[in-house]
Design a protein around this ligand. Structure first.
Ligand SMILES: *Cc1c(COP(=O)(O)O)cnc(C)c1O
Length: 356
């Protein structure tokens, strides 16, 4: 039996979107391929609220995260981490021999604008990475406040991981001053895993030109220059299947209306939070709670894997905690094409299993 996924990626994918993955192939050097990739970029610009260029990558989101820190750090990167995925960005820098420092907070806490200001005021850094929505802890960082501080540091390239939030909440890339905004297909966009996309600002382009060793496959400047010259085609063969599905799904997202879509996510988050407050506690403070995933403290010491087994018998699946929060928390994702009905049905089933 298929289990409907309420895990923070991969998410449940609609059958009509899945079907688009089975579209017959076209040549990746054809006019049709150029048109497909150009259409996708245009629609993504609307979703990202950006006028900058969009890059597609046949990797998961991690590919573009690694490409960003390697391609655009000329001096030293400041990596801000509030959980598992921030830490991973630091490791990407380290194993690519990119000078970087890690600034971590206790899991469940956010990256504050003050912390960013304090670190950047040293003048040591020319790139920062921030996790917008930390999927391990359910923290959504205060990017509007961080954007205010970033205005003081125009020389710093700002990379933002929106892997688990883009498409589920409003992220106005240009207004926030983000240079490289990265997301993956399998989270709030509601597609199968295997494709990543990012915005790539002129400032990032200029910076990358000063970095001699940018890698090859994930050299973001090379991708950028290639699509300019070759009418949106990519240096190597991209996952055309994902592109057919993304082209279709972006139409659906824009038809729903971005504001409606973000509001739907906010309302689902409210319902999950209300339920979590009644029976458990939520890990982050109110102000920093994510609109796409709720990380719940296991204050009743329930057996999460047993709960998931029983949910599985009913065709449903939630997520245990991530990394060091494995047994201390559990997570319910409410993103992509998940509906309020789906969420209410899930919570009814959990209530029934736990005897609430
Ligand atoms: C899932 C996730 C990643 C990793 O993305 P992949 O597509 O699996 O490489 C990075 N950051 C965040 C916040 C995530 O949720």
């Amino acid at each position: 039996m298929h289990k409907k996924l309420f895990i923070p990626g991969p998410v449940e994918v609609r059958p009509d979107v899945l079907e688009k993955m089975a579209t017959p192939m076209i040549g990746h050097r054809s006019k049709d391929a150029s048109a497909l990739q150009r259409r996708i970029s245009e629609k993504l610009k609307t979703l990202f609220y950006t006028k900058e260029e969009i890059l597609l990558s046949t990797t998961s989101g991690s590919g573009l995260m690694e490409g960003a820190v390697r391609s655009c750090t000329a001096k030293r990167a400041a990596v801000f981490s509030v959980g598992a995925f921030g830490k991973r960005w630091y490791e990407m820098a380290k194993f690519n021999n990119v000078p970087a420092d890690l600034f971590e907070v206790e899991w469940g806490k956010p990256t504050t604008a003050e912390a960013v200001d304090e670190v950047l005021s040293t003048g040591k850094y020319d790139l920062i990475t921030i996790t917008h929505n930390e999927t391990s802890t359910g923290v959504m960082n205060p990017v509007e406040e961080i954007a205010e501080v970033m205005k003081k540091y125009p020389e710093v390239v700002y990379c933002l991981d929106t892997v688990s939030s883009m498409g589920g909440t409003k992220i106005e890339v240009d207004k926030l001053g983000v240079d490289i905004c990265i997301t993956s297909s399998q989270k709030a966009l509601g597609l199968p895993p295997g494709l990543a996309v990012c915005s790539f600002s002129q400032k990032a382009v200029e910076r990358a030109k000063q970095v001699p060793y940018r890698g090859l496959y994930l050299d973001l400047l090379a991708l950028y220059e290639f699509i300019q010259k070759k009418d949106y085609q990519y240096p190597s063969t991209p996952s055309l299947s994902h592109m057919f599905a993304l082209d279709y799904q972006l139409d659906r997202i824009l038809e729903e209306g971005l504001e409606n879509r973000f509001e739907r996510h906010r309302q689902m988050a409210e319902v999950v939070r209300a339920w979590a407050r009644e029976h458990f506690e939520i890990l982050p403070e109110e102000k920093y709670m994510s609109n796409t995933v709720t990380t719940i403290k296991n204050t009743r010491d329930i057996d999460v894997s047993d709960l998931n087994k029983k949910l599985g018998e009913r065709g449903l699946q939630i997520s245990n905690g991530y990394g060091k929060l494995k047994d201390k928390t559990f997570r319910i994702a409410h993103m992509a094409d998940c509906t309020m009905e789906d969420i209410k049905d899930l919570l009814r089933n959990i209530d029934d299993i736990l005897g609430f």
